[in-house]
Write a protein that binds this ligand. Structure first.
Ligand code: PNS
Length: 167
């Protein structure tokens, strides 16, 4: 049984993440999405909200056999605990490479049993990021092409502008 972990901030999950997830699902017996609790960046959604959004997105996309967990601390510790043999990361453009290279080699130093596997996203998602999606949603733009409807709804609720009081 070969288990892989797909970790990330998922703040929020996008169609780019789902594309990588589908590709990874085909390669391993079990895929577990691991949502980090304390990302280095400040997150818009709490860890629990991000986890629930991943679960809702999976339901919306008809993906039934992927588990979602949250983790705090080192990724390799989470991978070990869950019995994962690999960590999957998506690669978009070359700009991802430097960080991913450093991340993978550090994780290998920490635990040489866990292999990093990189999967390229479909070309149409090579520009897509959660940050861009948040920026579009913040200014009231349409994010329907980039995220499932449940995520678009959650973004709209987060950025809902308070109604101006009538004078
Ligand atoms: O979606 P992201 O923000 O690119 O994901 C990065 C993440 C959360 C996978 C990574 O920062 C992480 O796992 N952090 C937990 C701490 C850790 O294990 N760091 C690795 C040693 S440098």
């Amino acid at each position: 049984m070969r288990i892989a972990l797909y970790p990330g901030s998922f703040d929020p999950i996008t169609y780019g993440h789902l594309d990588v997830l589908r590709r990874a699902r085909r390669l391993f017996d079990e895929l577990i999405v691991a949502v980090v609790e304390n990302p280095r960046k400040t997150s818009l959604f709490s860890a629990e909200e991000r986890k629930k959004l991943v679960q809702a997105a999976l339901r919306e996309e008809g993906i039934r056999d992927v588990r979602v967990v949250t983790y705090a601390g080192l990724l390799v510790d989470c991978a070990k605990e869950l019995g994962a043999v690999a960590v999957v990361r998506g690669l978009r453009a070359t700009s991802d490479f430097d960080y991913e290279f450093q991340f993978a080699l550090t994780n290998r130093d920490l635990d040489s049993d866990i292999e990093s596997v990189f999967l390229m996203t479909a070309g149409q998602y090579s520009f897509l990021s959660s940050s861009l999606v948040k920026e579009i949603a913040r200014y009231g733009g349409d994010v329907g092409k980039f995220v499932p409807a449940c995520v678009a709804k959650a973004l709209a609720a987060k950025f809902k502008r308070p109604k101006k009081e009538a004078r």
